[in-house]
Design a protein around this ligand. Structure first.
Ligand SMILES: Nc1ncnc2c1ncn2[C@@H]1O[C@H](COP(=O)(O)OP(=O)(O)OP(=O)(O)O)[C@@H](O)[C@H]1O
Length: 256
């Protein structure tokens, strides 16, 4: 599903990342088009999650971490000292591997972000919560029990609640770090269908260990190995006709 007039949303140029002395990413350069699903694959420890977290500066929180190179989102250098990191993380939302609802009601989980942004009007919050839960394909299942605890939902529902929580602050980009690895096949299918719908409005970057999943849901894929990008291309091409031997070995299960 490659769009011929694709606009680049995220541009990464010679990005390196260090945990103290340990270098985890080596001069990564790639471009992530707007309103597509971009998958990051590769064996455990190759730097996929580290790379994902550089895109909303979540790694800043790690003691003695260091970034070199450049990441631009919509042409803005996100590591520029003038950037408001809270605003950046609103525009670039994140969904984690394990669903992590807050210990509060379904309604309050989704209303949390908008409230933090100063929205107090009940009617407005109701609208945002309904819209976000609908976008996350969860509304019909929870509309009659918005006061129930978020943690009372099933794992798959909790993950969609976390997606609704991200939606509520109207991001442009959604980062997903193995969002279905803790879910059963049915819940996984629901999330995959949802990702398919969300690509119409959002740029999605997803880390997955599941190569069938990458092949099913993504437009482009980058294959990481030992902190470097070995190959990046359209998902169809990368999975059917990889250019590099390491990519072929990985996707055919020879290692990793
Ligand atoms: N907080 C940290 N401090 C030091 N080293 C870290 C830290 N987090 C990750 N690393 C190291 O950085 C490298 C890349 O890790 P990362 O989690 O990004 O890999 P990954 O490809 O996402 O792995 P997985 O698929 O297992 O989640 C690994 O060698 C890892 O041990």
């Amino acid at each position: 599903m490659i769009n011929n007039q694709e606009k680049i949303k995220i541009s990464v140029d010679k990005l390196s990342f260090y945990y103290g002395e340990k270098q985890a990413l080596y001069e990564i350069s790639l471009e992530i088009p707007e309103r597509e699903v971009f998958a990051l694959i590769g064996p455990s420890g190759c730097g996929k999650s580290t790379f994902l977290r550089t895109l909303n500066r979540l790694n800043d929180l790690i003691h003695k971490s260091k970034v070199t190179g450049k990441i631009e989102i919509d042409g803005q250098d996100i590591y520029d000292p003038s950037v408001d990191v809270v605003q950046l993380r609103t525009a670039v939302g994140m969904v984690f591997q394990k669903p992590n609802p807050f210990p509060s009601s379904i309604f309050d989980n989704v209303a949390y972000g908008p409230r933090a942004h100063g929205i107090k009007d009940k009617q407005k919050l109701n609208e945002i919560v309904e819209r976000s839960l609908k976008q996350a394909a969860l509304w019909d299942e929870v509309k009659d029990r918005l006061d129930a605890p978020g943690t009372s939902l099933s794992g798959g529902q909790q993950q969609r609640l976390c997606i609704a929580r991200v939606m509520a602050v109207e991001p442009d980009v959604i980062l997903m770090d193995e969002p279905t690895s803790a879910l059963d096949p049915l819940a996984t299918t629901k999330i995959e269908n949802l990702i398919n719908e969300l690509r119409e409005k959002y740029t999605i970057v997803i880390v997955t260990h599941n190569m069938e999943q990458a092949a099913r849901i993504s437009d482009k894929t980058a294959f990481f190995l030992d902190g470097e990008v070995v190959e990046v291309g359209s998902t169809d091409q990368l999975f059917t006709n990889p250019k590099k031997q390491e990519t072929e070995d990985y996707i055919t299960g020879k290692f990793g």
